[in-house]
Design a protein around this ligand. Sequence first.
Ligand code: SF4
Ligand code: SF4
Length: 117
Amino acid sequence: MIELVSAQRCIACDKCVEVCPTDVFERGPDGIPLLVRQEDCQTCFLCEANCPVDALFVSPLTRPLPQDPAVRDEAGLVRRGLLGSYRRDIGWGEGRTPGALRAVGPALGPAAPPIIS
Ligand code: SF4
Ligand code: SF4
C-alpha cells in the first residue's frame, strides 16, 4: 500500500496521479500529490515504478502500516534503501539494468533446428 510521497524529492510531474488505476492521488496545491484515497490502493506499485525521482514508497503489505510516524520516517526509508526501491529493482530509470536482464532462470539451450517436412 502506498505510504509516502517525499515532498523533498517530488518534482510535481503528475506521473503517479496519471498511472494510478484506482485514483488514490490528487494533485496538491503545491503540485505534490496527496494520498486522498489511500484505502483504495491496490499495492500494484505502478506509481513507484513510474516516479522519475524515486519519491514514492509503496509498502508490500495490502493494509496500511501502523499510524506510528516512525515507520514512515523518510530518512529511515532512505537509509534502508526503500524509497523508490521497486523502481530500482525492476531497473527502470537512467543507467539501470532492466530487471528482465537480471532475472534468474535456467540457461537457454541452443535453438532447436527447424522442422523440415
Ligand atoms: S500502488 Fe498502485 S493503486 Fe496504490 S497508489 Fe500506487 S498506483 Fe495507485
Ligand atoms: S511521479 Fe514522483 S515526482 Fe511525479 S508527482 Fe508523483 S511523486 Fe512527484
